[in-house]
Ligand binder design. Structure first.
Ligand code: B12
Ligand code: SF4
Ligand code: SF4
Length: 216
């Protein structure tokens, strides 16, 4: 089982490895885990795959979380691995800490994570606790180090990410007269990040996440 083999079998499912590391006792991973993989959507194509799934149109709650579990859990089981999911909780698994430990995601100037490939559009569908240590490729550089203008810092019309995430300021704006842009095409802060431009995240996918964050 090599990194390349794992990545290519995930990509066939429109998923990708967004980071990986060899855990220490401080990482709160399942017993026996020798490598933790962080899994995210593989673009382009992820959204089209999800849209034709039964979960997308069955009208039941949490369609994307249910899709993730149906697809990722068996993939893990046949590799003697354990799948963990970010929305299972509380208590929630420490995905933000794991992401930082992977060396491929950093705390951005607006506090949310920024990723070397997905920029501020990073989100994780699952983590996989593997029982074997696999060789990992080197991580990329932090995109903020070469981003001189830092447009994320001024993109939110109500400064909701200036300090701690001000969820009520964000939602008031979303539900006011000017909130449609964020609701229909995604958070302006996340969209403004140049690091995520090559990561083909579709506006309709962002609209789906915004509707689940702020149901109308
Ligand atoms: C609960 C939760 C939320 C709550 C936060 C409640 C609060 N702040 O009071 C709400 C519902 C508001 C939320 C919103 C979003 N979240 Co959220 N959330 C989580 C979750 C499931 C658990 C976090 C937690 O409570 N941990 C336990 C406590 C003890 O640890 P903590 O570090 O103090 O947790 C804090 C932070 O996680 C923070 N937080 C959570 N989400 C976000 C998003 C942003 C933008 C910021 C700045 C902070 C933040 O709030 C937590 C409580 O204070 C994590 C998954 C996970 N397992 O970590 C995802 C997670 C952190 N969220 C994520 C995402 C993508 C979002 C959204 C952007 C979703 C969207 N719309 O697409 C939105 C933000 C809306 C926007 N502007 O676009 C991503 C990370 C994104 C990133 N780049 O850093 C995670 C890792 C989920 C994933 N599947 O990848 N979220
Ligand atoms: S806009 Fe620039 S500074 Fe802000 S998160 Fe993206 S790369 Fe980093
Ligand atoms: S969704 Fe809109 S209002 Fe909320 S944090 Fe992002 S830019 Fe600000």
């Amino acid at each position: 089982m090599s990194y390349a083999e794992l990545q290519s079998s995930l990509q066939e499912l429109h998923l990708d490895i967004f980071g990986a590391f060899h855990p220490t006792p401080l990482d709160q991973v399942p017993d026996g885990c020798k490598t933790l993989l962080l899994i995210g959507p593989y673009e382009p194509g992820f959204w089209d795959t999800f849209k034709v799934s039964p979960e997308f149109s069955d009208g039941l709650p949490d369609p994307l979380d249910r899709w993730s579990k149906r697809i990722i859990t068996p993939w893990a089981i046949i590799r003697n691995a354990t799948a963990l999911f970010p929305s299972d909780g509380p208590p929630y698994a420490p995905f933000l800490d794991w992401a930082r430990h992977s060396g491929r995601a950093w705390v951005s100037p607006v506090r949310m994570l920024v990723h070397d490939h997905a920029g501020l559009f990073v989100s994780y569908r699952a983590a996989i606790a593997l029982p074997v240590e696999i060789n990992l490729p080197p991580a990329g550089p932090n995109p903020c180090d070469s981003c001189d203008t830092r447009p994320c810092k001024s993109a939110c019309p109500v400064n909701a990410l200036a300090n701690a995430y001000d969820v009520s300021a964000c939602k008031s704006y979303l539900n006011g007269p000017n909130g449609r842009d964020c609701m229909e095409t995604g958070c302006l802060v996340r969209r403004t990040c140049p690091a995520g431009r090559k990561y083909a995240r579709l506006p309709e996918q962002s609209a789906f996440h915004m509707a689940s964050f702020n149901p109308q």
